[in-house]
Design a protein around this ligand. Structure first.
Ligand code: PXP
Length: 249
C-alpha cells in the first residue's frame, strides 16, 4: 500500500503573493498530518519563491511524520540539507524561469556531480531520492549514482489524453518494476489529482506518492485536513479495475 507525502509549497505561494505572514505553511503541515499525511514535502528553491529558510527550520522542529526536502543539487542546498537534516532529500532539476519542476533529472549526463552529492548526503545519514522520468536508462544511472530511491515523474501520465494514458501508465508500471529489480525503492509524483491518482497508487511496489497542487486546491473548498483525508483514502484503497478500459474503441 502506497503512502502519501503532501507537498505544501502552494501554501507558501499564497503567503509570498503578498510577502506577508499568512497563510503559514508550518501549522498547515500539522493539519495535513492530522488528515493522514505520511510525510510533508517542501521544495526550497534557489530563488525562494515560496518556501523560505525559516519555514524549513520550523518544519524540521514540528513535523512529526517525515520531512522530505526537494532541492537542486547545488553547494548551497547541500549545506542547508546537512544542517537541517531532513528525513529525505529529493534532488530535482531547477530552472529559474519554470513555473514548476518540468522534467526529471538527466542523471546520465550529470553522473559524476550527482554521485558526489548523493554520497556526501548519504554518508551523514540522509537518504537521497532522484526525481527521474520513467526511463530505464535514467534508472540505471540512478543506481550508478548510489541513490537508494527514485521518484518517478508522473507529469507525462497526468497530462496525457485519455487514449494515451494507458501507455503512460504502463511506462510507470514497467519503470517501477525495473527500478525494484535494480534495488531501488520507488516514489512518484507531479500532476497527480483526485481523478488520476488511483492507477498509480495501485502499481505494485510503489511506496509513496508526493502530491501538492490538487490537495491545496481542494482544501479551499473542504479545508486541508479533509482534502488530505480524501486523497489518503484514494491512495490507500485505489480501484483495481482499469479506469480506461470501458472507453477503449
Ligand atoms: N514531486 C516533485 C519532485 C515535485 O517537484 C512536485 C511539485 O513541486 C511534486 C511532486 C508535486 O506535484 P503537484 O504539486 O503537481 O502535485
Amino acid at each position: 500500500m502506497a503512502s502519501l507525502g503532501v507537498n505544501i509549497d502552494h501554501i507558501a505561494n499564497v503567503r509570498q503573493a503578498r510577502r506577508t505572514v499568512e497563510p503559514d505553511p508550518v501549522p498547515m503541515a500539522m493539519l495535513a498530518e492530522l488528515g493522514g499525511a505520511d510525510g510533508i514535502t517542501v521544495h526550497l528553491r534557489e530563488d525562494r519563491r515560496h518556501i523560505q529558510d525559516r519555514d524549513l527550520e520550523l518544519l524540521r522542529q514540528t513535523v512529526r511524520s517525515r520531512l522530505n526536502l526537494e532541492m537542486a543539487a547545488t553547494a548551497e542546498m547541500e549545506q542547508i540539507a546537512r544542517r537541517i537534516r531532513p528525513d529525505m532529500v529529493t534532488l530535482v532539476p531547477e530552472r529559474r524561469e519554470e513555473v514548476t519542476t518540468e522534467g526529471g533529472l538527466d542523471v546520465r549526463a550529470q553522473l559524476i556531480s550527482l554521485k558526489g552529492v548523493v554520497e556526501r548526503l548519504q554518508t551523514v545519514g540522509i537518504p537521497v531520492s532522484l526525481f527521474v522520468d520513467p526511463d530505464p536508462e535514467q534508472l540505471e544511472a540512478s543506481i550508478g549514482c548510489g541513490a537508494r530511491w527514485v521518484e518517478l515523474h508522473t507529469g507525462t501520465y497526468a497530462e496525457a489524453s485519455w487514449s494515451a494514458q494507458p501507455a503512460e501508465l504502463a511506462r510507470l508500471t514497467e519503470a517501477t518494476a525495473h527500478a525494484r529489480n535494480l534495488g531501488l525503492r520507488v516514489n512518484a509524483g507531479h500532476g497527480l489529482t483526485y481523478q488520476n491518482v488511483e492507477p498509480v497508487a495501485a502499481i505494485e511496489g510503489m511506496e509513496e506518492l508526493n502530491i501538492g497542487h490538487t490537495i491545496v486546491a481542494r482544501s479551499l473548498v473542504v479545508g486541508l485536513e479533509a482534502a488530505v483525508r480524501e486523497m489518503k483514502r484514494l491512495v490507500q484503497n485505489p480501484r483495481r479495475e482499469p479506469l480506461f478500459g470501458s472507453l477503449q474503441p
